[in-house]
Write a protein that binds this ligand. Structure first.
Ligand code: MF3
Ligand code: CO
Length: 252
């Protein structure tokens, strides 16, 4: 069931989204060669809690940390730990925060030190996929119009689009209806309406799109070991252009 949010609900989602955006900005400033993903998790958790919010991922279906940190071939759901970042790595942060009963959810991939130009291109195109997709995040379009635009942009660069994970509705819960795939699916035929709030999150691979899950039950990696990038914002559908709840950059 898709829930429609009131104007007041969306104000609360902006507040949760602001905490998420601040946390992502803090993480981007904190990235350096030699820092561990555990340290970055602690920086994020302290910031979220200092804003009176709760790190939604913590204990979500048993997830053991405050945020997901995914390095290189890890697509999503990496568990922070003793891994030290090295020059040439790319690192994806996926941050969720609950404030006043509403959730914000967003992700960014950033380079560490000197990163291969083709991998910087992957990061750039993954972000572009999000912005291509949300051109269709307006009443009258279907969820699958967002999906198609993301897929077309990624595949035009020869990249893979992960099938096993999707974007989703977001609101009082982290994961609500509808599913928002990053590839065309006939199931995503719901019409968008003002008051819907969704997380659009392209997960794009430099090589093949196939993934596998680590023994830890969380970490999702590319099968071919090539890097993957992730870019996500929570957005609200309005009568006009969508509101970006976790990004004050505006529509590009
Ligand atoms: N943004 C991630 C998602 O939409 C949140 C994962 S939380 C976790 O799936 F607990 F599952 F890690
Ligand atoms: Co999400």
């Amino acid at each position: 069931m898709i829930t429609i949010k009131s104007v007041q609900d969306i104000e609360k989602m902006k507040a949760a989204g602001r905490v998420v955006e601040e946390t992502l900005q803090l993480l981007e400033r904190s990235v350096r060669v030699g820092i561990t993903t555990e340290e970055l998790n602690r920086i994020a958790e302290e910031h979220i809690r200092s804003r009176g919010a709760y790190p939604t991922c913590l204990n979500y279906n048993g997830f053991p940390k405050a945020i997901c940190i995914s390095v290189n071939d890890v697509v999503v759901h990496g568990i922070p730990g003793p891994l030290k970042l090295r020059s040439g790595d790319i690192v994806s942060f996926d941050v969720c925060a609950t404030l006043n009963g509403f959730v914000g959810d967003a992700a960014r991939t950033v380079p560490v030190g000197d990163v291969a130009p083709e991998t910087l291109e992957l990061i750039r195109v993954t972000k572009e996929c999000f912005f291509k997709g949300i051109q269709f995040a307006r009443p009258g379009y279907r969820v699958s119009d967002i999906s198609k635009a993301i897929q077309a942009h990624a595949e035009s660069h020869g990249y893979g689009v992960v099938r096993e994970l999707t974007g989703h509705g977001v609101g009082r819960q982290l994961h609500e209806d509808p599913e928002v795939p990053n590839y065309y699916s006939p199931r995503a035929r719901q019409r968008l309406e003002a008051g819907m709030t969704i997380a659009v999150e392209p997960m794009i691979t430099q090589g093949k799109r196939d993934v596998w899950q680590d023994d830890d039950g969380w970490t999702i990696r590319t099968r071919d070991g090539k890097p993957a990038a992730h870019y996500e914002n929570s957005i609200a559908i309005t009568d006009g252009a969508p509101i970006l709840l976790t990004c004050s950059e505006g529509i590009e």
